[in-house]
Ligand binder design. Structure first.
Ligand code: PGA
Length: 250
């Protein structure tokens, strides 16, 4: 079976204005034109129109960082999948630990968002990961399996074969403390085994599983070379052109 295409996905979080975003992607285009990986930039909602425009004709795909699951209605401050699709957004990051922690996003909400994103013709990047306490308690596998099992409820095998899962241990996010290759590989392997239990080996061979948490140019290649790691979800290092270029080429 051919190896899955590596994905280098940037998660800018709440960084860069639309003008800064446009300039960044215009520069990034040339730098990653020959990258072997699928390059994705996950940008703030207000940057999406400028970034989609700047990325046109390039190999850069565009991700939103959040969406609401309802089609429309009285949800002040929210944006819908139809709005993102209308802008030609490709992916939506959901279930990031910062959204779970600061904005009360639950596994059930993430499942509804995944359903809505797929129905709109986009693909979710579903994040999961344990806290330091959970790792120390020895419940990492149970926690991550629970998160992903609920997130995938009701999704078809075909849908699961196309979507992306990102394993991001919370203790490694923005801390500079990257999981070891073995720690990251172990949990990505546990997730792939869960997908196989739920959907069969063929689907599990296709689903891309990323690692996230202090990925940088200096550690990307070794992480991405692990058998069950299909790329990275990159925060801080995705804000710097030279770092992100190297990660996309790792
Ligand atoms: P980091 O963030 O690369 O800055 O650790 C990763 C993420 O939160 O997706």
């Amino acid at each position: 079976m051919a190896k899955r295409t590596i994905m280098a996905a940037g998660n800018w979080k709440m960084n860069k204005t639309p003008s800064e975003a446009k300039a960044f992607v215009e520069s990034l285009k040339g730098l990653v034109a020959d990258a072997g990986s699928e390059v994705v930039v996950g940008v703030p909602s207000v940057c999406l129109p400028a970034v989609v425009e700047a990325a046109k004709g390039s190999n850069i795909k565009v991700a939103a960082q959040n969406v609401h699951w309802e089609a429309s209605g009285a949800y002040t401050g929210e944006i819908s999948c139809a709005m993102l699709k209308d802008l030609n957004v490709d992916y939506v990051i959901i279930g990031h630990s910062e959204r779970r922690e600061y904005f009360g996003e639950t596994d059930e909400m993430i499942n509804k968002k995944a359903r809505a994103i797929l129905d709109a013709g986009m693909l979710p990047i579903i994040c999961c990961g344990e806290s330091l306490t959970q790792r120390e308690q020895g419940v990492t596998a149970e926690h991550v399996r629970y998160q992903i099992k609920v997130a995938l409820l009701g999704l078809s095998a075909e849908e699961v074969s196309k979507l992306v899962i990102a394993y991001e241990p919370i203790w490694a996010i923005g801390t500079g403390k990257t999981a070891t290759n073995e720690q990251a590989e172990e949990v990505c392997g546990i997730i792939r085994k869960l997908v196989a239990e739920l959907y069969g080996d063929d689907v599990a061979e296709k689903t891309r599983i990323l690692y996230g948490g202090s990925v940088k140019a200096s550690n990307a290649a070794e992480l991405f070379a692990m058998p069950n790691i299909d790329g990275g979800l990159v925060g801080g290092a995705s804000l710097k052109l030279d770092e992100f270029e190297k990660i996309a080429k790792a």
